[in-house]
Write a new protein. Structure first.
Ligand code: UTP
Length: 290
């Protein structure tokens, strides 16, 4: 099935990253030299997404500027003959009108953020991508779209038992083939004792139009927020709900540890840094000097 639109909720406060995120959007934090949100947009573009819908909030205008021309910069690079750098600065631009921005006036939760985009979505399934969940390798949302038939599909992965209370946790059902598992139940941030499995939802979703109708009810769940997973869970039994076990490595870049790990891993993969960084890590970290 062709899915043309993706929602990027970027309205959160990013409190785990203060003070860095006091006036800068969390989604603009760089992994090596590229902001998180650009990785997310590239992943969507690789999946054939044509309309990119951002749910922003106060203080997030750096995201809009990032995906626009910077004439001063471009003229400067052009006059200095720095064509490769110019290309890098321009390649995030998409055809006019393909980026849309709506404001979430208060950070009332992920479900609320997605609901804020409702007027930009017709009667069609839509992708939802959380930029702070960085997944390396080939486009995860493309893998999901390729395997999507109907209903709701969520990216899932195994997590440590002690971490289940930070995630939406699924009750897995039968295998539906090709890394897809049926979801029989879904609970947001359960205690270790109440978690139905260790299989957690991470930030990639394909949601059906009916989810917006549930979100319309504005029901609050865990952390007193309007949870996307609660709305999806309430559709189980009425429509298909499946989990997609993606192949890439996922980094929780909303946490300091995940952000540092992503930076190290992706830096080591860069040919210009690989040798020097690996030898520095070996000498300074592994040999226990610091
Ligand atoms: P998080 O759960 O990481 O929340 O949101 P957060 O507010 O960004 O960060 P912390 O927990 O305070 O450090 C996951 C994604 O959902 C978006 C965030 O911007 C992030 O991309 N989000 C969350 C919203 O757009 N609106 C919200 O009300 C909550």
């Amino acid at each position: 099935m062709k899915i043309k639109k993706a929602i990027f909720p970027v309205g959160g406060l990013g409190t785990r990253f203060l003070p860095a995120t006091k006036s800068m959007p969390k989604e603009m934090l760089p992994i090596v030299d590229k902001p998180l949100i650009q990785y997310a947009v590239e992943e969507a573009a690789d999946a054939g997404i044509e309309q990119f819908i951002f749910v922003t909030s106060r203080g997030k205008s750096a995201i809009e500027n990032h995906f626009d021309h910077s004439f001063e910069l471009e003229n400067n690079l052009l006059s200095k003959g720095k064509r490769d750098t110019l290309k890098t600065a321009q390649e995030m631009l998409k055809i006019p009108g393909s980026f849309a921005y709506v404001r979430q006036q208060e950070p009332a939760g992920l479900g609320h953020a997605v609901w804020c985009a409702r007027h930009l979505i017709a009667n069609e399934p839509v992708a939802v991508i959380l930029a702070d969940d960085l997944i390396s390798g080939s486009s995860t949302i493309k893998q999901m779209i390729d395997n999507y038939t109907s209903g709701n599909m969520l990216a899932v992965m195994d997590v440590d038992k002690r971490d289940v209370s930070s995630y939406g946790i699924i009750t897995p059902g039968k295998a539906l083939g090709n890394n897809v598992t049926e979801i029989l139940g879904l609970v947001e941030k359960p205690s270790i004792e109440k978690a139905p499995s260790k299989m957690a939802v991470v930030g990639r979703y394909i949601i059906e139009p009916a989810v917006f109708e549930i979100l319309e009810q504005q029901n609050r769940g865990a952390s007193n927020e309007i949870q996307l997973t609660d709305a999806i869970a309430s559709r189980i039994g009425s429509s298909n709900c499946s989990g997609y076990k993606f192949s890439g490595e996922r980094f929780d870049c909303g946490s300091k540890l995940g952000f540092i790990q992503a930076n190290i891993k992706l830096s080591v993969q860069r040919s210009e840094m690989k040798k020097k960084l690996k030898s520095w890590l070996q000498d300074e970290i592994l040999d226990g000097k610091i």
